[in-house]
Ligand binder design. Sequence first.
Ligand code: AKG
Length: 295
Amino acid sequence: MALHHFPPTVNPQEVAEHLADRGYAIVDRVVGPQLLDRLASELEPFVRNSDVGQDQYDGAFTKRTGALIARSPTSRELVMHPLAIATVERFLRHATAVQLLLTQLITIEPGETRQKLHRDQMMFDLYPFPPHYHVQCNTMWAITDFTSENGATHICPGSSGLTDAAAAEIDPIQAEMERGSVLFYEGKVLHGGGANTGTRPRQGVNITYGVGWVRQEENQFLACPTEIARTLDDDLLRMMGYQQGAFSLGYVGDQLDPLAVLRGSNTKAGRIDAYAPHNEVLDAFADEAADHQSN
Ligand SMILES: O=C(O)CCC(=O)C(=O)O
């Protein structure tokens, strides 16, 4: 069995719907070789100096290279790629704001074994988010081809709403994809990196996004020094967290707007209407809660 692939012309709404239904979506050949080569050469010195992991998640033959926005101008194009942003905004439409959670080039070297299957939302202190509430939406951009030999990500399609015991019954399928393709997956789906039984490294850029009210996995305010942040455009900065994450979250000092403070002004932060009528998801929670009470 193979995972479903969409063409690069796919509508982001279709990607978001497939994500909601199956927990993942693959879009083929979204970016071209020039961008990938540029990105790989900007990051090569940092990869050379990155350490391999220390535990079962990080992997003894896997290098994780972060702070991509500061280190690689090209990575900013992936962070703000229109297909990624449009998909994330649709998938997390129940949130007042979305933000970047992490940027990481994952290099799985030959000899690496399979990563333990896991659900990424566990990082939020194992909080039991309700089945309808998605806290994050992730991307894995294939910088090399992803193959069954070199460690393509394993995905258990449809595992998101299941208990761990039921999800463990689903056979994982590898997200084999050509260089330049992107795998979307959400925080509830069981997944993990593959074993690299080949002779060359597998490289993927992992960029994850989340609702605006949780803590970022990679601290963007320190990972990207202020001198570099000041050179970036406003949309990217807002995505990095220079905005309020929900009603009043994340202002600076006397209720100032974070982006304005970075730019040297003292504009007051606006109030975000946390109750904007943009979410049927909240209606679904209300139904779920009502069912729960009547049982
Ligand atoms: O590298 C991969 O394919 C997946 C990595 C992953 O799931 C993780 O590190 O949490």
